[in-house]
Ligand binder design. Structure first.
Ligand code: GDP
Ligand code: MN
Length: 390
């Protein structure tokens, strides 16, 4: 789960991390008043669950309360499109107004869980304020990586070492190290999956500050943090992902593809996406219906896939275990009838009641190609995507 910058900023502040003074506004007038409180020099920032706002007009530096109101009016109630949002963008309901910081240097620091190190990993760089993926691709040696001990946390000498390696001026290494250690405490104590500060700045008057704040949380640990779960803003999520989440289905939207994939189990999802690629196409999404889904859940899953406007064909790949294939087939037929779709379906089903399931699909008058294995599925998919008969 993600939260807004202004919410992340408050969490950081409660851990003693230096952040600019700021408030949140839902109207231009509220933005004006906040800017007034900062003497007019302020930054107005669209609150969306996505980065890249600076380049997309979602971060405006202003020098008077009127300009702050104007900047807020330009953002509030509109959708902001950045390279990290879906194509239609995400709605801006609030802006954060912060006092303007005079920046001497922009740095980067983030903490995430590293599966290889089996520990929280601090990643830091002197190249802050820009797209870190680009830094990682072009100048990977400019990223410092240090694992924190999962039991005792990030040690002070590690934190100092990181601060020095990313070019913090020597007299600011101590406060910078304390700041980084506090970020690691946030990561650990709040069960975060990501704490990312881009940029971490050195100010012209000699302070180290978190100028942006992104925190993502481990969904499976949210039950331990009801106060964080309460910060959820469903409007920021992809509508279909939200619908799937509410139905207890795992749906993942993927960019650029045109094949919808329905599977049960994460391993099968991976194999199914490989097959889609083998067929010369890219998956538009995958929807994992899980172990014991009932007929109406399968129908709902099918409807979610059909509602993805990128989808031109659907590949169903199910292994009947706890989920029986006849139940899955009835669910698919129900979903197809509910939506009235004639979209081509390629279906591979094995396991419990597979023959019965395939028969149900064959009898239902759908635009369906049933196949015996994944190899055949790739061939059939290639055919339906090229408009061939089936
Ligand atoms: P993002 O683009 O969504 O990551 O938004 P950020 O909060 O990181 O802001 C983008 C950029 O705006 C930063 O990298 C800074 O260069 C600039 N910026 C943000 N706040 C301030 C500020 O208080 N003063 C100055 N001078 N620049 C700022
Ligand atoms: Mn940023």
């Amino acid at each position: 789960m993600n939260i807004h910058e202004y919410q992340a900023r408050e969490i950081l502040e409660s851990y003693g991390v230096a952040v600019p003074r700021a408030g949140v506004a839902s109207t231009p007038d509220e933005a004006r008043k906040l800017a007034e409180g900062f003497g007019g020099r302020a930054v107005v920032k669209a609150q969306v669950h996505a980065g890249g706002r600076g380049k997309a007009g979602g971060v405006k530096l202003v020098s008077s309360p009127d300009e702050a109101a104007e900047a807020a009016a330009g953002m509030l109630g509109k959708n902001l499109i950045t390279h990290q949002t879906r194509s239609e963008g995400v709605p801006v309901r609030k802006v954060m107004v912060a006092e303007l910081t005079d920046i001497a240097d922009e740095l980067y620091v983030a903490i995430t869980m590293d599966a290889d190190a089996k520990a929280p990993m601090v990643m830091a760089s002197s190249e802050g304020g820009m797209d870190i993926e680009e830094v990682a691709a072009n100048t990977p040696d400019k990223i410092v990586r240090v694992a924190a001990d999962p039991l005792i946390g990030l040690s002070p000498y590690h934190a100092r070492d990181i601060a020095m390696k990313i070019g913090v001026p020597i007299d600011l290494v101590r406060p910078a190290a304390t700041l980084i250690t506090n970020l690691a405490r946030v990561f650990q104590e709040k069960d975060a999956s990501l704490v990312e500060i881009n940029p971490l700045v050195v100010t012209t008057d000699g302070k180290v500050m978190a100028l942006d704040a992104k925190i993502g949380f481990e969904d499976d640990a949210l039950f331990r943090h009801p106060e964080i779960a309460a910060l959820e803003d469903p409007e920021q999520n992809d509508a279909l992902e939200q619908k799937a989440h509410d139905a207890g289905l795992a749906y993942v939207k993927l960019d650029g593809g045109r094949v919808g994939c329905m599977v049960n189990g994460a391993g099968l999802a991976m194999a199914t996406m490989d097959i889609t690629k083998t067929a010369g196409a890219d998956p538009a999404n995958f929807l994992d219906v899980g172990g014991g889904a009932a007929e109406d859940k399968i129908a709902e899953a099918f409807e979610i896939i059909v509602s993805d406007s990128d989808v031109e064909a659907i590949l169903v790949n199910l292994f009947g275990g706890i989920l029986r294939c006849d139940v899955a087939a009835r669910g698919i037929v129900m979903g197809a009838n509910n939506t009235g779709t004639q979209m081509p379906l390629v279906v591979a089903m094995r396991g419990t009641n597979a023959e019965e399931g395939l028969q149900i699909l064959a009898d239902a008058g759908l635009n369906v190609t049933t196949v015996g294995d994944l190899g055949e599925a790739a061939t059939a998919l290639t055919q339906v995507l090229s408009g061939g008969s089936n």
